[in-house]
Write a protein that binds this ligand. Structure first.
Ligand SMILES: [Zn+2]
Ligand SMILES: [Zn+2]
Length: 479
C-alpha cells in the first residue's frame, strides 16, 4: 500500500511521550489513515481483520524501533565528532602555545585558550604546519596583546589595592574615630574618590609604594574633605525640603533639618513595602535606597574637561529615569581599580526617592502642640525624651468606626500606614486636643486600666474590656 512519506520522517523519541504531538501526527497524516481504513474495510472475515491489525502493529513497531536506532546512531556520531574535534583542538592549541612561547607570548596564550574553550581548529592540521601558522599568526598577535594589557591592568589593580589597605583604610578609620558617634561621614569609597586621594592612589609607578610625606599630606586633608562632603550632601537634602509644599518659597537652612517636624519618606520603599518610613536627619542621608549596589555607570572624562552630561536613558528604559544607576566620573582608566576594590561600600546615587513628608510634618506639629512642647523641638530631643502618643487624628482611624486605642513610639506616629494625605482637619483636631500623650515613665502594664484612663486626657468612658484588649498590643507597638 501507499503511505505518504511524511509519516516515515525521523521523530525524536522523546516526542512519543507527548500525547499532543501524537495527536498532531494523526491529524497531519489523514491520507495515511484513510488508506489504512480503506484497506481494513476490504478485509472480510473477523479473523483476517485481526491478523491484518497485528501485522500493521508489528510494521509500526519495527518502524519506530528503526527510528529510535537511527536517532541513537546520529547522537553517537555527534558525540564521536565532538571527541575528535576536542582532540584536534588540544593538539593544535598545544602547538600554538609552543609557537607563542617562542615569540614571548606564553603566559598570554595560556590564559587566552583557557578562557575561550569554544574556539575550534577542526580546519587545521593537528600538527599545525608552518603554512597554517603563518596564516593564523597575524590574527593571533592582537589577541595576545589584549591579554598582555589585561595582565598589566590586573597588576596595577593589585598595587592599588595594596595602597588602599595600607594607607587609605587606616586614614578612614581614624576619621570615623575622631568624629562624634552620630556624625555623617563619607564612606571609604567617597573618600577614595576625593581629588587628593584618587590622585595618590593612582600615582605611577604603580609598583612603588607611596611616600610617607605624600600620605601624611593627603591624610591631613581628610577633615576638610569630610566637611565639604557633608556640606554637599546636606545641600542635596535641603533641596528636597525646598521642593516640599510646606517650605515652598521659604528660605531653608540646615537648622530646619534637625527639627523633629522635618520628616522624610522614601518613595521606593513605599512602592516595595507599602510604607516609606519615617526618616529624620541625618539618617535620611544614609538610607539604603540612596546607595544601591547596582553596577555604576562609569563616565571617563579627564580632570581638565567639564563634567559629562547625565546618562541618557533610552525609550525602553523610561523607568530608569526615576531610579537611575549611580554615576561615577573617573579622570583616568586606572581609577576603575579603586572603584572595583571599594564597591562594597555602596555608591551614592542621589536622593532620587526621598521626599519631604508634608502630612507627617503636620502630625508632628500637632503632636508637639499637644505635648505642650516647642515646635522647634529637635529630633534628637524627641529621641531622648521618648514620649509615647495615642493617635486620634482621622488619619489613624476611620471616622465612621469607633477609634481603637493604640499607643505609639513618637517616631511611629507621624506617618501611619496607608496615609496618603492629611484630611486637613488637623487644626481643629489639634485645638480640641485630640492627641493624648503618656510620659514614658508611666508603667502602663503594671498600673492597669484605671490608671491608664485617669492619666490620659479626653478619654471617653469606653468599656474597660476594649482597653485591656488593646493594651496587649503595647509590646509590639513600643518596639
Ligand atoms: Zn527606601
Ligand atoms: Zn492626620
Amino acid at each position: 500500500m501507499d503511505y505518504d512519506e511524511k509519516i516515515i520522517r525521523i521523530t525524536p523519541s522523546y516526542l512519543f511521550a507527548n500525547p499532543r504531538s501524537l495527536q498532531a501526527e494523526t491529524r497531519y497524516h489523514t491520507k495515511t489513515v484513510a488508506a489504512l481504513a480503506d484497506e481494513h474495510e476490504r478485509v472480510q472475515s473477523p479473523k483476517a481483520k485481526r491478523t491484518w491489525l497485528e501485522e500493521k502493529k508489528r510494521f509500526w513497531r519495527d518502524r519506530m524501533k528503526h527510528v529510535t536506532a537511527c536517532n541513537d546512531a546520529l547522537n553517537l556520531e555527534g558525540r564521536k565528532q565532538e571527541v575528535r574535534r576536542q582532540k584536534i583542538r588540544e593538539r593544535v592549541v598545544e602547538r600554538i602555545k609552543e609557537k607563542s612561547t617562542e615569540l614571548g607570548w606564553g603566559r598570554e596564550a595560556e590564559r587566552y585558550f583557557k578562557e575561550n574553550p569554544m574556539i575550534n581548529f577542526v580546519h587545521l592540521n593537528p600538527t599545525l604546519t608552518n603554512d597554517e601558522w603563518t596564516k593564523i599568526e597575524p590574527d593571533l598577535i592582537p589577541l595576545m596583546e589584549k591579554e598582555r594589557e589585561l595582565f598589566r591592568q590586573q597588576e596595577i589593580g593589585e598595587h592599588i589595592r595594596q595602597r588602599i589597605n595600607k594607607w587609605l583604610k587606616p586614614a578612614h578609620t581614624a576619621l570615623i574615630l575622631s568624629q562624634p558617634p552620630n556624625e555623617l561621614n563619607p564612606s571609604i569609597l567617597d573618600l577614595s574618590l576625593s581629588d587628593e586621594w584618587r590622585t595618590h592612589l593612582c600615582t605611577e609607578a604603580f609598583n612603588e609604594d607611596l611616600t610617607e610625606s605624600l600620605v601624611e599630606a593627603a591624610s591631613a586633608q581628610i577633615p576638610e574633605i569630610a566637611k565639604a562632603w557633608r556640606k554637599d550632601r546636606i545641600e542635596q537634602l535641603l533641596e528636597v525640603v525646598r521642593n516640599s509644599k510646606t517650605y515652598s518659597g521659604q528660605e531653608v537652612t540646615e537648622d530646619i533639618l534637625h527639627l523633629s517636624s522635618t520628616i522624610f519618606r522614601c518613595t521606593k520603599c513605599e512602592d516595595y513595602y507599602g510604607h516609606g518610613g519615617v526618616h529624620t536627619f541625618p539618617h535620611t542621608l544614609v538610607h539604603a535606597c540612596n546607595h544601591p549596589h547596582d553596577l555604576p555607570i562609569i563616565q571617563f572624562a579627564p580632570r581638565h574637561l567639564p563634567a559629562p552630561p547625565p546618562p541618557n536613558y533610552g525609550p525602553y528604559e523610561a523607568d530608569r529615569r526615576f531610579d537611575p544607576d549611580p554615576v561615577i566620573r573617573l579622570y583616568r582608566k586606572e581609577e576603575m581599580h579603586v572603584v572595583a576594590a571599594l564597591k562594597y561600600a555602596g555608591m551614592w546615587s542621589g536622593l532620587n526617592h526621598i521626599v519631604f513628608d508634608d502630612a507627617a510634618h503636620e502630625h508632628m506639629l500637632t503632636m508637639l502642640d499637644t505635648l505642650g512642647w516647642s515646635r522647634e523641638t529637635s529630633a534628637a530631643e524627641m529621641e531622648e525624651r521618648q514620649p509615647y502618643v495615642e493617635c486620634l487624628c482621622e488619619c489613624y482611624h476611620n471616622p465612621a468606626e469607633r477609634a481603637s486605642r493604640k499607643i505609639f513610639r513618637w517616631k511611629k506616629a507621624p506617618h501611619p500606614p496607608g496615609l496618603k494625605g492629611h484630611p486637613g482637619k488637623i487644626r481643629v483636631l489639634a485645638s480640641e486636643e485630640r492627641w493624648l500623650h503618656y510620659e514614658k515613665s508611666v508603667p502602663l502594664e503594671e498600673e492597669g486600666v484605671e490608671d491608664h484612663q485617669t492619666r490620659g486626657r479626653n478619654v471617653d468612658s469606653d468599656s474597660g474590656s476594649e482597653i485591656i484588649e488593646d493594651l496587649s498590643d503595647l509590646d509590639s507597638d513600643f518596639e
